[in-house]
Design a protein around this ligand. Structure first.
Ligand code: HEC
Length: 240
């Protein structure tokens, strides 16, 4: 039926162009829709959570774990509500992943706790018999890179208008208020300086180590250092 097209390279090229352009539009246009805006209740990552996200990327957790729940019963029964595009508004880049050697982690914060992660990351098979996930022992010693997390916050706040509120702007009209599901609004604080960012991250780290048992990690945080394990747990807990 389409032999004439194969014999006519110009028409063929035009046909290919139109088909691909149409397919491109179908992919692109919905991203401008309301549903692709940040979902109500979706907030940008705090400094410590963002640092934890960097630990996740540096250790290639996304090579084995997806963060994308498909709209199938088998998935929603196990992981919770299927993913909505507005949930990824502050993920740069998104970490959907393409392989599930381990389970999906998009909502892991709903069913795993700080205490559980603390043991699992040190010795996965000790918590889940037969687990093939590697142990990440160095995370209990390596210090978290807050500088890079703060640099990313500054970048996305100015370039992508991610709604962070500088400490100095809290309570003023410059505060970037974010709508929440219960009708209230909140803000996500970002330090005015790197020193401030470190102070905020440490305060958040202290809340997390309160639920941890590792004495070395607790000791490090009490001395003002944040081991990577604390940051990755902050990030895991934020995935909901
Ligand atoms: C080689 C593949 C692999 C890599 C890399 C990997 N994991 Fe896993 N992960 C698994 C497997 C398999 C499981 C399921 C068994 C278990 O719970 O240990 C799992 C389970 C988990 C769970 C429990 C999820 C649940 O719903 O029970 C968490 C949390 C997790 N991994 C976090 C991480 C983090 C964070 C990293 C990166 C630092 C990481 N994983 C890297 C394979 C991997």
């Amino acid at each position: 039926m389409f032999h004439w097209l194969e014999k006519n390279p110009f028409a063929f090229a035009l046909g290919v162009f139109i088909t691909i352009a149409f397919a491109g539009l179908v992919e692109i246009v919905p991203n401008f829709a309301e549903s692709a805006r940040p979902l109500v209740g979706t907030t940008p990552y705090s400094t410590l959570e963002l640092a934890g996200r960097h630990v996740y990327i540096n250790n290639s957790c996304n090579a084995c774990h997806s963060q994308l729940i498909r709209p199938f019963k088998s998935e929603t029964d196990r992981y919770g509500h299927y993913s909505l595009s507005g949930e990824y508004a502050f993920d740069r880049p998104f970490l959907w992943g393409s392989k599930r050697t381990g389970p999906d982690l998009l909502r892991v914060g709903n069913y795993r706790t700080t205490d559980w992660h603390e043991h699992h990351m040190k010795d996965p098979a000790g918590v889940v018999p037969g687990s093939i996930m590697p142990a990440y022992k160095w995370m209990y010693k390596n210090e978290t890179d807050i500088d890079t997390a703060y640099a990313e916050q500054l970048t996305v706040a100015s370039f992508f208008k991610t709604p962070y509120t500088f400490t100095k702007d809290i309570g003023t009209e410059n505060a970037r208020m974010i709508p929440m599901k219960d009708g209230s609004t909140t803000y996500i604080e970002m330090g005015d300086t790197l020193e401030d960012a470190k102070r905020l991250a440490l305060a958040e780290a202290k809340l997390i180590v309160a639920d941890m048992k590792d004495e070395d990690v607790k000791d490090a945080v009490s001395k003002g250092k944040i081991p990577e394990i604390v940051a990755i747990i902050a990030y895991m807990n934020s995935l909901k």
